[in-house]
Structures are given as C-alpha cells and as structure tokens.
Design a protein around this ligand. Structure first.
Ligand SMILES: Nc1ncnc2c1ncn2[C@@H]1O[C@H](COP(=O)(O)OP(=O)(O)OP(=O)(O)O)[C@@H](O)[C@H]1O
Length: 606
C-alpha cells in the first residue's frame, strides 16, 4: 500500500516508546505535532527503527535536407529553409533486419501496467489548457510558423502512431514552435518551462528526419559505430530517460536508439553499438571514452541535440562538450543541425552556445527561466537546527491531508552528498521511508533508489542536484528545498520536478540567513509566478541589494522571459557578458555560474 509509509511514520512516532518504560520517546525520535507533550498509549506498534527493511532502500554502502514536404500538401505552407541535401520526400520505415533479426521490444508494455497501478490515486490526465495563454517569442531570420496540431505536420505514419500510443493529443507550446522550426532544417536554441515537453520537441524532428533518409551510406570500419544523431545530457539518469522516451517515439520506425553513460559496464554498451545505432544518447564523459577508443565516430552526425544545454555549456562540462563537438570528427555548424534546449538560458551561456550554431532561431516559450504557474511555491524561515524536525512535520501533515488532496511523492533537495546520507538516515529511523541519490552512490544504487521512489516504495527521495534537471517523475507532488541552492536557475530546475505536463505541484523552501544571496532573485521569481511573497523575504531581498549580497544573475537579463542575447544592444561586446555589466552577469561574472566548478574540472555528474 502506498500510504503505508505515512502510516508507519505515525505509528513509529507513537511506537518509539515501545519497550521503553518511559512515557517519552527516545531522544531524536520524531513525534508528530499533535502528539507532543502527551503521554504515550500503552499498546504501541513496533518502533520505527525496527520497521521491515523492505520499506527502505538499503545502501550498503552535412546539414540535413528538410527543404519541404514535411507539411501536408493541403497546408500550403512555404518553408523557406533547408536547401540542399533534399531527399525528395517519401517515408522510409528503415532497416528491417538492421538489428540482426532481433525482435524489437515493445516499449509501451510497461506503461499500461504502471498506469493501472496508480490509477486509484492519481488522475493522470494532462491539462495542457494550462499552457494556452503562454507568451511565445521567436527571433532569427525567416522563422517558420508554428502548428496547432500534430496532424498538420507530416512526421511519418510510424511516428504518428507512436505519438498516439504516448497519448499525446496535441502538441505543447514548445512542440508547436520547435518541431516546424527543426523540420525546416534550422538550428534552434529553445527555452521552455520545466515539464513542458521539450524531449519530444527535439526527438520528433530527429526521428522523422532519419526516417526520411532513403539510404545513408555509412563508412565500413570494423567495430566503429557511426550514429546520425547525438543527444547529450548532463546526467546518467536523464540520458536513460531520454533513451526510454526516444525508444517509444521510434518504435517500429526502424530508427535505432542506443544509450551510453558512465558508471555502467561499457561492454554491454559496446555490444549495443555494434548492433547498429542511428541516435546515440550519451553523457559526455562516457562518449569521450568511446571516441578515444574509436568505437564511435561522429563523422556522420546530422543532428546534435544538447538537453539542459545551459548546464552542458557551463564551467563543468564546457571543455568536454568542446572536445566532442569541435575537436573530433563531427561536421561543423551548417553541415549538421544543432538543437539546444533548456528551461534556463543565461546570456553568457547563450553567447558560448552560439559557437555551435549556424543562423539559428531563438525560441522562448513562457516566462522562461521562470517557474510555471502550476507550482505553488512556499518559502518558510527555518533555522538550520530546526530543519529536520520541520521537514518531518511537513511530511507528517502530508500524510494526514495529502498534497492537493492526494498522496504523492516528495523530493527533498540538499546541498551535499553527506547531507543527503544523513537526512535519509534520519528520516528512515523516524519512520519516513526514504531513499537517497547523489554522486557518491554507485550507479546501481542510484538506479535502485530512483526505481524505489518512482514506484512509491520509498515515497521520499533525498537528492543532491544530480536529480535537479530533466527527470520526469509524474507523481512527484512536493519538492522541498531543505537546503536552497546558490543559483536561482538551479532552484527553477529543482522545483520543476513537480507541476509537470499540466499538473499541479507544490514546492517548499527552507530559507535562513545563509541564503541571503538568493533572497532577491527568489522574491522576484515568486512574484513573477503570481506567488505570495512573505513580507520578511521582501525585507531580506531589500537588505541583499543594499549590502551587495545578491550575486545571482538572472536568465536572460532584466525580465524572466528568456531573451535572445543577439537582441541586446551589447551584442558582440563580450565584456558585457563576462564583466557583470548592467542587466548581464550581476556581480558574480561568468565564473559565478554553475555551482562552483572550476575550469577543466570534470563534473561528477557523468
Ligand atoms: N504533447 C504532449 N501531450 C501530452 N503529454 C506530453 C506531451 N509532450 C510531452 N508530454 C509529457 O510531458 C511530460 C514532461 O515532458 P518532458 O520531460 O519532455 O519535459 P521537459 O520540458 O523536458 O522538462 P525539463 O525542463 O524538466 O527537462 C512527460 O511526461 C511527457 O511524456
């Protein structure tokens, strides 16, 4: 039963006196607010620490074609771009037998079982009407017009069927704009809010484009794979998730998707690559390894997509990305199509990214870099020493009332790996079944924790920023920022783990004096998202400005809508982007981005 964890929390609190003649629970045991200062009943269930262990995770330790033909003939649209390399239309369900006769596993099989198991508690309906009034901005030359329905775009029969299997009835706003732009062959830098369907927005055009290739002559080099598309993401879990999604979208299209990421045995991944690959989804570290072993060549790449592109180009990853994109055998911009996606796009990162792009379209959907209105944001003043008991009070109240009336999953963000371990332990001994995920865990432990969380076995996940970006876990109802991040964009991505795909979510942040630098951007962000800003936070925000404590820069400058940096008057004056000029990097300069990686340091995420 999915509610058992919360019940056990209650029971354990009462039961913490079991076997103890004292009327008071042992020191450190959690007591819910309504039971504090009360004698405990004599008949008590087993203590939290002796809960069955199965309630916990035990951590022992050449530019593509696209000249036309993508839109159905009756649309009569003019697509201005994409001369050259035209394949002449016509659909090609590729490569029967490419995978040496292996039967393709139906990637939709698990979905139905999963949906059924949660249907009693959750309305899984998607409310994309929530996005109807969303502001959209595009810039660049000859931007292709958006579509309103999937039917308007000729993505190919097999892909259309998969869209139906995914139960996508209509495109989300980012998909309405990004798909036609990508299908017309243009490079794209797209900013759209968390949970708004960016994965499909870059996968559909790539799969559709590869399906259109009638015949691609790949070089024959023994044991070297020649993917046509490369999708890079910053974390292993996100790469796996993109791989799972892309496999659904490409089911029975003949397009072969393979994933390669660190921490997992490379032999299995090599075997998969040898069987053939069209789309390679990878984390940068493992990809560099494969390139250096000459087991992958990027010579045939027609599509390059960077998910969480701002993270991929920050100080932690940039050297690796430059190596992959500029120093290996990948075709240069203009000879490949490059698609960059994120919910946040600081100007200095936009500037870096422009090195990888050719005549690109900038797309901003929603108040980008902002949170969605679907997330109710609360911020509470909590002293460092009170954080644990305050969190347990919240979790306890959640058991009583649910979140928006439902029992959901809770994701708790902390700043350090040690902090994650300690908090997980504390929650577990107090009867709140929790798992944790961070960079010091083995990959197996990371995957186990995530699975246990997704299935509701351990409905609380304590995480570092390794889980902040991209992860799509539909039943996350509450995100708690136990420790606030130093960077407001990290906050945006963290709270974006809830309130996805049109559903409501709740985000609670614990704020105290150590978060002063976040006061102003947090207050601004909440105001933008029509959230109630507590008076005390406004005062802290004013104090932060006065004392120069606000080192946070905002995505896109003075307003929350992501803004094409090419439109700023200071375009081409690099000092404006690196020097912390007005509206640019506020005080912190470029080195302030990305949570303190220093140049050349490999991110621990991969
Ligand atoms: N057209 C659609 N109709 C219904 N559901 C959709 C549609 N497109 C995407 N979704 C669903 O919306 C959810 C969020 O999508 P996705 O993970 O791509 O968001 P995202 O914008 O990449 O978020 P993030 O910024 O956090 O990475 C997924 O569960 C996805 O299956």
């Amino acid at each position: 039963m999915r509610t058992s964890w919360a019940e056990s929390a209650d029971n354990s609190a009462i039961g913490s006196g079991n076997g103890n003649s004292s009327a008071y629970p042992p020191r450190g045991a959690y007591v819910p607010p309504h039971l504090r200062n009360r004698s405990l009943p004599s008949e008590v269930p087993p203590a939290a620490a002796s809960l069955p262990v199965n309630d916990r995770v035990n951590h022992g330790g050449p530019a593509p074609h696209h000249g036309g033909g993508y839109f159905k003939a009756d649309q009569g649209r003019q697509q201005g771009h994409g001369s050259g390399y035209q394949t002449g239309g016509g659909w090609n369900v590729r490569g029967a037998g490419r995978d040496r006769g292996r039967r393709e596993v139906n990637p939709f099989e698990n979905d139905e079982a999963e949906e059924q198991s949660f249907s009693e508690q959750e309305n899984t309906g998607i409310n994309f009407e929530a996005y109807d009034d969303i502001p959209v901005e595009t810039s660049g030359e000859n931007v292709p017009p958006p579509v309103n329905t999937f039917a308007e775009i000729d993505l190919g029969e097999a892909l259309n069927q998969n869209i139906q299997r995914c139960k996508y009835v209509k495109p989300t706003p980012v998909q309405r704009y990004a798909i036609p732009i990508s299908l017309s062959g243009r490079d794209l830098m797209a900013c759209a809010q968390t949970g708004s369907g960016k994965t499909a927005a870059f996968c559909f055009p790539i799969i559709s484009g590869i399906m259109r290739e009638q015949y691609v002559q790949k070089p024959r080099v023994a044991r070297t794979a020649f993917p046509l598309a490369l999708i890079l993401s910053p974390t292993r879990e996100l790469s796996c998730q993109i791989h799972d999604e892309a496999k659904k979208f490409s089911y029975q299209t003949g397009v072969k998707v393979v994933v390669a990421y660190g921490g997992a045995p490379i032999t299995q991944q090599l075997r998969e690559l040898e069987r053939g690959v069209d789309i390679l989804v990878a984390t940068p570290g493992r990809l560099v390894d494969l390139l250096e072993r000459a087991r992958v060549s990027l010579q045939m790449i027609r599509y390059l997509a960077l998910d969480e592109a701002d993270r991929m180009l920050d100080m932690g990853f940039e050297p690796q990305i430059r190596k992959i994109v500029e120093q290996m055998d990948m075709p240069p911009p203009g000879m490949r199509q490059t698609l960059l996606f994120s919910a946040t796009f600081p100007k200095e990162i936009q500037r870096l990214a422009s090195d990888f792009l050719s005549s690109y379209v900038f797309l901003a959907v929603g108040r980008v870099g902002s949170s969605t209105d679907l997330i109710a944001q609360r911020v509470e003043y909590v002293l460092e020493s009170d954080k644990r008991s305050h969190l347990m009070d919240l979790l306890h109240a959640q058991r009583e009332n649910g979140i928006h009336g439902k029992q959901g999953l809770t994701l708790v963000f902390v700043e350090t790996k040690k902090g994650a371990d300690a908090l997980e332990h504390c929650l577990c001994v107090n009867g709140f079944p929790a798992a944790s995920i961070h960079g010091d865990r083995t990959q197996q432990e990371r995957e186990l924790a995530l699975r246990s969380f997704k299935t509701g076995n351990t409905p609380i996940l304590v995480a570092t920023d390794v889980a902040a970006r991209g992860l799509d876990i539909p039943r996350v109802a509450h995100v708690v920022n136990f420790d606030l991040p130093n960077d407001i964009d990290d906050y945006v991505h963290r709270i974006g783990r809830t309130g996805r795909a049109g559903k409501m979510g709740l985000a609670t942040a614990f704020f105290n004096e150590s978060n002063l630098s976040l006061a102003k951007p947090l207050a601004d962000l909440m105001q933008e998202a029509n959230q109630e800003v507590p008076a005390w936070l406004t005062r802290y925000a004013a104090r932060a400005i006065y004392s120069g404590g606000n080192r946070n820069r905002r995505s896109g400058g003075s307003r929350f809508g992501g803004r094409d940096f090419r439109r700023e008057g200071s375009f081409n004056k690099s000092t404006d982007y690196f020097g912390g000029g007005p509206g640019g990097v506020a005080g912190g300069g470029y080195g302030n981005y990305g949570g303190g990686y220093s140049q050349g340091v490999t991110s621990a995420w991969d």
